[in-house]
Design a protein around this ligand. Structure first.
Ligand SMILES: *[C@@H]1O[C@H](CO)[C@@H](O)[C@H](O)[C@H]1NC(C)=O
Ligand SMILES: *[C@@H]1O[C@H](CO)[C@@H](O)[C@H](O)[C@H]1NC(C)=O
Ligand SMILES: *[C@@H]1O[C@H](CO)[C@@H](O)[C@H](O)[C@H]1NC(C)=O
Ligand SMILES: *[C@@H]1O[C@H](CO)[C@@H](O)[C@H](O)[C@H]1NC(C)=O
Ligand SMILES: *[C@@H]1O[C@H](CO)[C@@H](O)[C@H](O)[C@H]1NC(C)=O
Ligand SMILES: *[C@@H]1O[C@H](CO)[C@@H](O)[C@H](O)[C@H]1NC(C)=O
Ligand SMILES: *[C@@H]1O[C@H](CO)[C@@H](O)[C@H](O)[C@H]1NC(C)=O
Ligand SMILES: *[C@@H]1O[C@H](CO)[C@@H](O)[C@H](O)[C@H]1NC(C)=O
Ligand SMILES: *[C@@H]1O[C@H](CO)[C@@H](O)[C@H](O)[C@H]1NC(C)=O
Ligand SMILES: *[C@@H]1O[C@H](CO)[C@@H](O)[C@H](O)[C@H]1NC(C)=O
Ligand SMILES: *[C@@H]1O[C@H](CO)[C@@H](O)[C@H](O)[C@H]1NC(C)=O
Ligand SMILES: *[C@@H]1O[C@H](CO)[C@@H](O)[C@H](O)[C@H]1NC(C)=O
Length: 435
């Protein structure tokens, strides 16, 4: 995929960075003719690494290899260019640490707004094609989330308020991200949008509150592992997510998604949605295969929630305000989804939940977004609640063809297990009656 002729070896120390920044034409004139290789080391305590990080990608991000040596890179401001990678390799052994200056990052001009859905902001955006980023299980992003989570315990959170997504792939074709870590994401950990043929193999995200003042509370909402949006042929392998929200959130026009070996520590579980938020857009989610999923409850001081294993949600058929915070009335469908080999641990909600009233009010028109051809195979685990399956499909369109096979559970609740299936056609494989 990537061809290099390693004719240059730059060690980008402070002085050289300055030279590159002062004489960009000289260097780009020589580098465009040859493949190239950049190596960067952290400048050290109290220094700002933003310039040298950008200079390296500007020099070696096309037809080159950029190596970031281990350590912490101090990112103090908006990276003034996205990382546009063309036929490139990045070996990221260190962490890009985004300074914990909340007021600064919340200013709209200091982040990117490339993720359309809910007008979200991004810190670190990759675009381009035919690249691989290997972070060797040591590199990635340090989000310094604790100060954000503390701050937002007494400030209002809203979608689109400028809290930054840590790592965004947007407008990517043929990209690979390997063994990447995101420590303490303040908000969504990852987003992939308007992209195709993307493989993430090895991803660690961890939003764990360590402030005892807030033990036992979920002060890390919206720290989703990933949101996928308008992307085709994305593969997620070997993910390990600790969060207080959706471990994965599959949003509109995610098609041909393959997921294997995901562990979710705490949070809401894996979401399909929310869908149908934009009345003028149709959300189509199809051909999704997920296997080897594990939901693990953790110390309740750190994260009290471990809610569902998988849940599906759409807005109602009525428009209630405008996105990012309001919305509804969107059309679409979710079909051909398989979730196989799912194990879960002390869920406080139903292992499987589907509802179509997100953001709704009583008296709203029912959603016209339809769920069909959903298959759930080899599920086992424990629940604290007695509701095991809760399918509340829209009366306007219903759900069609929902298949269970070897779907087992142990309920720790003293009440009899409940199975709810509203407006479902062609349900099969549950021993219990579902009403
Ligand atoms: C990051 O850079 C800023 C600006 O130069 C500096 O004030 C700050 O001390 C640096 N932070 C670290 C952790 O080195
Ligand atoms: C908000 O919470 C922070 C962190 O707990 C605290 O330091 C601060 O005093 C609080 N501010 C207000 C106005 O309550
Ligand atoms: C997406 O990337 C392609 C090729 O890299 C570029 O031509 C196009 O303008 C980009 N699209 C957007 C919306 O940025
Ligand atoms: C899907 O993406 C993978 C990995 O990038 C690629 O090998 C495969 O050819 C793609 N499939 C299609 C149908 O484009
Ligand atoms: C997440 O971070 C917390 C706090 O540092 C740590 O105790 C926990 O082991 C980490 N979880 C994983 C899965 O790495
Ligand atoms: C599953 O992913 C985890 C990382 O999240 C990794 O440590 C483990 O080896 C993977 N298991 C398999 C069977 O690949
Ligand atoms: C999803 O794809 C459909 C069909 O191509 C399109 O009409 C719709 O606008 C897309 N939705 C989004 C959210 O991009
Ligand atoms: C359903 O999705 C799977 C991928 O998850 C795909 O292989 C299969 O062809 C799809 N079925 C149909 C009928 O499109
Ligand atoms: C039900 O959905 C599954 C895929 O999830 C598909 O293989 C099967 O053919 C569908 N059955 C009917 C009757 O449509
Ligand atoms: C379900 O899958 C079957 C078999 O692939 C297909 O014929 C049917 O159209 C699908 N039904 C819906 C409602 O998507
Ligand atoms: C049923 O699913 C559970 C959980 O994935 C698995 O351990 C077990 O082997 C499956 N049983 C059969 C008969 O496939
Ligand atoms: C469902 O029924 C099958 C076939 O009778 C049986 O093997 C399986 O153990 C039952 N599962 C549950 C959860 O009762």
């Amino acid at each position: 995929m990537i061809e290099h002729k390693l004719t240059y070896h730059f060690r980008l120390l402070g002085l050289l960075t300055t030279i590159i920044l002062l004489f960009p034409r000289v260097l780009s004139a020589s580098l465009t003719r040859t493949a190239n290789d950049c190596t960067v080391s952290p400048l050290g305590d109290g220094m700002d690494d933003t310039d040298q990080v950008l200079a390296a990608i500007a020099q070696c991000g096309h037809f080159g290899t950029t190596t970031f040596q281990p350590g912490t890179y101090n990112i103090t401001r908006k990276m003034t260019l996205t990382w546009d990678l063309q036929s490139a390799k990045v070996d990221l052994h260190g962490l890009l640490s985004f300074i914990p200056d909340i007021e600064f990052w919340l200013e709209p001009e200091n982040t990117y707004r490339v993720v359309f859905i809910q007008s979200q902001a991004s810190w670190f955006v990759i675009t381009g094609s035919d690249f691989e980023i290997d972070a060797h299980n040591t590199g990635g992003v340090q989000g310094n989330g604790q100060v954000w989570w503390d701050f937002f315990t007494n400030h209002t959170r809203e979608d689109g308020d400028g809290r930054p997504i840590s790592f965004t792939l947007n407008n990517v074709t043929n990209g690979v991200v390997r063994n990447f870590r995101i420590e303490s994401q303040p908000f969504w950990c990852n987003t992939v949008s308007h992209s195709k043929n993307v493989v993430y193999d090895g991803m660690h995200c961890n939003a764990s509150n360590l402030n005892p003042e807030f033990f036992g509370q979920n002060i890390v909402p919206n720290t989703d592992g990933i949101n996928t949006y308008v992307s085709d042929n994305v593969t997620l392998l070997n993910w390990d997510i600790t969060c207080g929200d959706d471990c994965l959130a599959i949003k509109g026009n995610s098609t041909n998604l393959f997921v294997r070996n995901v562990t979710c520590h705490g949070g809401n579980g894996i979401a399909f949605g929310s869908l149908g938020q934009y009345f003028n857009l149709s959300d189509i989610v199809e051909n999704v295969h997920m296997e080897d999923l594990k939901m693990v409850r953790i110390d309740e001081n750190i994260q009290p929630n471990m809610h569902n294993a998988i849940y599906f949600k759409s807005w109602t058929g009525s428009v209630n305000g405008e996105p990012p915070t309001g919305g509804g009335g969107g059309t679409g469908r979710v079909h051909n989804v398989t979730a196989k080999n799912v194990v879960f641990d002390q869920l406080d909600g139903a292992p499987l939940h589907l509802y179509q009233t997100n953001g709704g009010h009583s008296g709203d028109a029912p959603s016209t977004l339809m769920f069909s051809n959903l298959t759930f195979i080899d599920w086992a685990g424990t629940t604290l609640s007695n509701t095991v399956v809760d399918l509340e499909c829209s009366p306007a369109v219903g759900c069609d063809n929902i298949t269970f096979d070897n779907f087992t559970f142990t309920s720790n609740s003293s009440s009899a297990p409940r199975f709810i299936c509203q407006n479902v056609e062609n349900l099969s494989g549950l021993n219990e009656t579902c009403d």
